[in-house]
Design a protein around this ligand. Structure first.
Ligand code: MN
Length: 461
């Protein structure tokens, strides 16, 4: 065991000395080029004769449990801060070593059992990875469509990119398809900064593809635009589902895992695929978003995948995604929103005037929610044809989606309890040249409708 440990330490710059009491073994060790002292470790003199001031770590590895205990006691006696690792003969011996203050006591049989079980787990994940590769190989170079769930998030996008990368290594070209919107400023930055190559599903006829993979969704027609009778080749997902309903040649659904990007990172690792820093960055971002920065649903696998990706990640790009730069118009709108704010109790309402980019409204609504004492924000502005309203609330008693629906009607307003929006067509007024007057009228109408619903009096100017 001593030689095995010495060999493990071979490539490290460590000066190593053996203590061995058996003269014939001493010879063998010397022949192998090791420094050896002859002596019995259970005796104080043997330990005391060592160059104790320079000793940092002691591996106590004899097959005699009592001798190991004694050696430990001598070392602790002379130099208590030496790091000690001892072989234990049985559980009783292990308990005694621990009571005597050993830093680590190891039962060799148990350590070996652990490695054996781990290797089975590893073999299982390698087997699954090879199965995926074989499934793609069988496509014989015919084109693959990777369809993500509607309104894909970074986890879906990065994982789909990884699947496309794996397909490429076996000569299968693929197209990553989505339906819906890429929401959030961060997700837009994610797509732009990491060259995420995805296409709108509507641009393609699925019959162009011989093979179809569903990514982060499991059933054709459920949260994707794939017709329900389509034959699916691959399903990879981490959302819980009744597995008996899922039909495909290759299925990997792991509801215990925090992110699909984790599943894909492990495939890349197992298959020894070289991949770009952009993909590593995308996958790590996907895992972080889906596990809420490892605060929710994060498992050991997610952390392992993150550790695997981390050295390959471009951290500059990652921080750019998290703090996307703002367009001048968005900045102006933020400015107007701050300047024109009217705060009534915990409500903040602000009119930003004429806008071209209505995406700036939810950002302003989000941002102003940081203002002290404000728990609900409503920001609105005017485009050529409509009044756009965006609302946010962190007050659990307020349902901002309900407020929008009640104030502007089901057909114009809607959303969730914490974030909502409305779009009110200007109709015949849309051609009005005098925008100032129009803005004034819009303001009066919007504020009145909102205040009526929220049960507030409009404050006198
Ligand atoms: Mn996900």
């Amino acid at each position: 065991m001593g030689i095995a440990v010495a060999k493990e330490l071979d490539d490290q710059d460590i000066s190593l000395i053996f203590i061995e009491k058996d003269a014939s073994k001493v010879e063998t060790l010397k022949e192998q080029g090791y420094d050896v002292e002859i002596g019995d470790i259970s005796e104080f003199e043997t330990i005391n004769a060592l160059d104790m001031p320079s000793l940092e770590v002691a591996f106590i590895l004899s097959s005699d449990g009592k001798a190991n205990l004694k050696a430990l006691a001598h070392i602790k006696n002379i130099k208590p801060d030496v790091y000690t690792v001892s072989r234990a003969i049985d559980q009783n011996n292990k308990d005694k070593l621990e009571a005597a203050g050993v830093d680590s006591a190891i039962l060799p049989a148990r350590a070996a059992a652990n490695v054996i079980v781990q290797s089975v787990k590893r073999a299982a994940s390698l087997k699954k990875a090879r199965e995926l590769k074989r499934c793609i190989e069988k496509m014989n170079g015919k084109k693959l469509a990777i369809v993500m769930h509607n309104n894909p998030d970074p986890d879906a996008m990065s994982g789909a990119m990884a699947l496309s990368e794996i397909a490429k290594t076996v000569g299968v070209e693929s197209e990553i398809l989505y339906h819906g919107k890429i929401g959030h400023q961060e997700n837009k930055a994610f797509v732009n900064l990491l060259d995420i190559d995805i296409e709108r599903m509507e641009k393609y006829d699925l019959s162009e593809f011989s093979n179809i993979a569903l990514f982060e969704c499991a059933i054709p027609g459920m949260n994707n635009l794939v017709p329900s009778d389509t034959i699916i080749n691959i399903v990879i997902d981490h959302h819980p589902i009744n597995i008996s309903e899922v039909k495909a040649d290759f299925i990997d659904i792991q509801p215990d895992i925090g992110a699909s990007a984790t599943i894909m990172a492990m495939y890349l690792k197992e298959l020894h695929i070289n991949f770009s820093s952009e993909l590593a960055t995308a996958l790590l971002y996907g895992i972080r978003v889906d596990t809420h920065e490892f605060k929710k649903n994060a498992t050991q696998s997610d952390l392992e995948a993150a550790a695997f990706l981390y050295p390959l990640v471009d951290h500059d790009i990652l921080s750019q995604i998290e703090t996307p730069s703002m367009s001048t118009e968005t900045l102006d709108i933020m400015g107007y929103a701050i300047q024109n704010r009217q705060v009534t109790g915990s409500y903040l309402i602000s009119n930003v005037g004429l806008i071209r980019d209505r995406d700036a409204l939810p950002q302003a609504a989000d941002y102003l929610l940081n203002l002290e004492g404000v728990t609900t924000t409503i920001i609105y502005g005017l485009t050529e044809n409509s009044i756009h309203v965006s609302g946010r609330s962190k007050d659990v008693r307020v349902n901002i989606g309900e407020i929008m629906r009640e104030a502007f009607g089901e057909e114009h307003g809607g959303g969730h309890s914490t974030s909502a929006g409305a779009q009110i067509p200007l109709g015949v007024f849309s051609g009005t040249k005098d925008k100032q007057t129009l803005m004034k009228l819009a303001e009066e109408a919007v504020v009145k409708m909102l205040f009526d619903v929220m049960g507030m009096e409009e404050k006198e100017e």
